[in-house]
Design a protein around this ligand. Structure first.
Ligand code: SF4
Length: 379
C-alpha cells in the first residue's frame, strides 16, 4: 500500500511509494530495474551520516543490488541522450530562427509552471523528455515486462511519470529520502559496502550528464555538444553559468544564453525585462535553488553550505571523468547507430520527445483520454 507523510502546516502532502517498491522486491514477480539520478549519489551519503558532499555512487549501486534489484542503470545515460536531442534542437532552431530562445524541459516543476501560468511559452520549450522519462521509454522498449523504478531528488518527478504519453514507462519514483528509508528497512550497512558498478548498456555516462544535477549544468552540457556539432571552437567549462547566482548569463559563439536558478527568479526575469526573450538563444530553468541537488526529495540538512558542498562534489565527478561531452558516450553512439538513427529522427521523436498542454484546456483533456484508450500498443 501507499502511505503519506503529512506536512505539519498542511501545505504539502508527500506520497511515499517505497513500501510499494519493497513489495515488488519481495515478491520477485517481475524483473526489477532501477535508474539513479545524478543528485542522489551525492545526497544519499547524508542519510547515513557521511559528511555532506561525499560521493557514494559505488556503495549506492551495491545497496540497490542487495535490496533486490536485478539491473542498476544510470539516469545519466539518458542525460547524455537528452543533450543530444536538445542540442540538435537548438541548432535546428538557430537555422530556422523559430521558437528561440529554446527553453530546457527536464525539470517538471518548471514545466508545470509554464503549463499553468505561462502557456504562451510552450512553443519555446524543448520537446525532449527529461532524462528520467527517456530512460523509462528506452528501458521499456528493451525490457517490456519489467518493474521499472527511478530514484530522484525530486517529488515533482512522481507527477512527471504519469503525464499523458509517458504513463507506464516508469512504474514507481522514489525520492532520495525514500530510498534511505528503504535501505534502512532492509538493514543495509550502507557505509560498510564495497563499490559496485552500473549495468551496461543503459549505465554508461559522461561528466556532461553528471553536471545536470547542478544549476547551469544542463545548459553547460548542451553547449559542449551543440557547439562541437556546429564545428565552433569553445571552452569545455562555462564558469559564468556555475554557482548560486539568481540569473547567470554567458556569451557563446552562437549567441547569449541564460540560466535561471530557482522558479522565483524566473518570475523576476519576466517582470524585470519584458523583452528578456529577445536577448537569448537558450534558457535553462530549474525550479529548485541550486538545481536538483537542492530538490525537495533530497535529505534535509542544517548545513548552511550544503548546496555548495553538493555542487562541488558533482563538478569534481565531471573533472575526473574521461568523457566529458555527451556525444562521446559510446553507448549513446551505439543506441543511435542500432536503434534510433540520429537525433530528431522519427524513432527518436517517438521515444524521446513529448508534447505540452495549457492546463485544463481541451488539448490536455484529449491527451489524457487518448492515453487511457491507446497507450503505446505494439511498442
Ligand atoms: Fe525536481 Fe527541483 Fe530538479 Fe526541478 S530542479 S527536476 S523540481 S529537483
Amino acid at each position: 500500500g501507499q502511505c503519506t507523510n503529512v506536512c505539519p502546516v498542511g501545505a504539502l502532502t508527500e506520497h511515499f511509494d517505497w513500501p510499494k517498491v519493497l513489495k515488488e522486491l519481495d515478491s520477485k514477480r517481475k524483473q526489477l530495474i532501477v535508474q539513479v539520478a545524478p543528485a542522489t549519489r551525492v545526497a544519499i551519503s547524508e542519510e547515513f551520516g557521511l559528511p555532506s558532499g561525499t560521493v557514494s555512487t559505488g556503495k549506492l549501486i551495491t545497496a540497490l543490488r542487495q535490496s533486490g534489484f536485478d539491473l542498476v542503470f544510470d539516469t545519466n545515460f539518458t542525460a547524455d541522450l537528452t543533450i543530444m536531442e536538445e542540442g540538435s534542437e537548438l541548432l535546428e532552431r538557430l537555422k530556422t530562427k523559430e521558437n528561440l530562445p529554446i527553453m530546457t524541459s527536464c525539470c517538471p516543476g518548471w514545466i508545470n509552471y509554464v503549463e499553468k501560468h505561462q502557456p504562451q511559452l510552450i512553443p519555446l520549450l524543448s520537446t525532449a523528455k527529461s532524462p528520467q522519462q527517456m530512460h523509462g521509454a528506452i528501458t521499456r522498449k528493451f525490457y517490456k515486462d519489467a518493474f521499472i523504478v527511478s530514484i530522484m531528488p525530486c517529488t515533482a518527478k512522481k507527477g512527471e511519470s504519469i503525464r499523458p504519453g509517458m504513463t507506464g514507462d516508469v512504474d514507481a519514483v522514489l525520492t532520495t529520502r525514500e530510498l534511505g528509508q528503504l535501505f534502512k528497512s532492509r538493514k543495509i550497512a550502507f557505509t560498510q559496502l564495497p563499490d559496485g558498478k552500473f549495468d551496461s548498456p543503459l549505465g554508461e555516462s559522461t561528466g556532461a550528464a553528471m553536471i545536470f544535477g547542478a544549476t547551469g549544468g544542463v545548459l553547460e552540457a548542451a553547449l559542449r555538444t551543440a557547439l562541437d556539432l556546429a564545428g565552433v571552437e569553445h571552452p569545455l567549462v562555462f564558469e559564468d553559468l556555475r554557482g548560486l547566482g539568481a540569473i547567470k548569463e554567458s556569451d557563446t559563439p552562437v549567441g547569449k544564453v541564460c540560466v535561471v536558478n530557482g522558479i522565483g527568479n524566473v518570475v523576476k526575469l519576466f517582470h524585470d525585462d519584458p523583452n528578456w526573450y529577445k536577448k537569448y538563444v537558450m534558457v535553462e530553468v530549474m525550479a529548485c535553488k541550486g538545481g536538483c541537488l537542492g530538490g525537495g526529495g533530497e535529505p534535509k540538512s542544517m548545513d548552511p553550505d550544503i548546496l555548495l558542498k553538493r555542487m562541488k562534489a558533482i563538478y569534481s565527478i565531471d573533472e575526473r571523468s574521461t568523457l566529458r561531452k555527451s556525444h562521446e558516450n559510446p553507448d549513446v553512439i551505439a543506441l543511435y547507430k542500432n536503434t534510433l538513427g540520429k537525433p530528431l529522427s522519427h524513432e527518436s521523436e517517438y521515444y524521446l520527445h513529448t508534447t505540452y498542454y495549457p492546463r485544463g484546456g481541451l488539448k490536455e483533456k484529449l491527451a489524457v483520454f487518448l492515453d487511457k484508450v491507446d497507450h503505446r500498443d505494439g511498442k
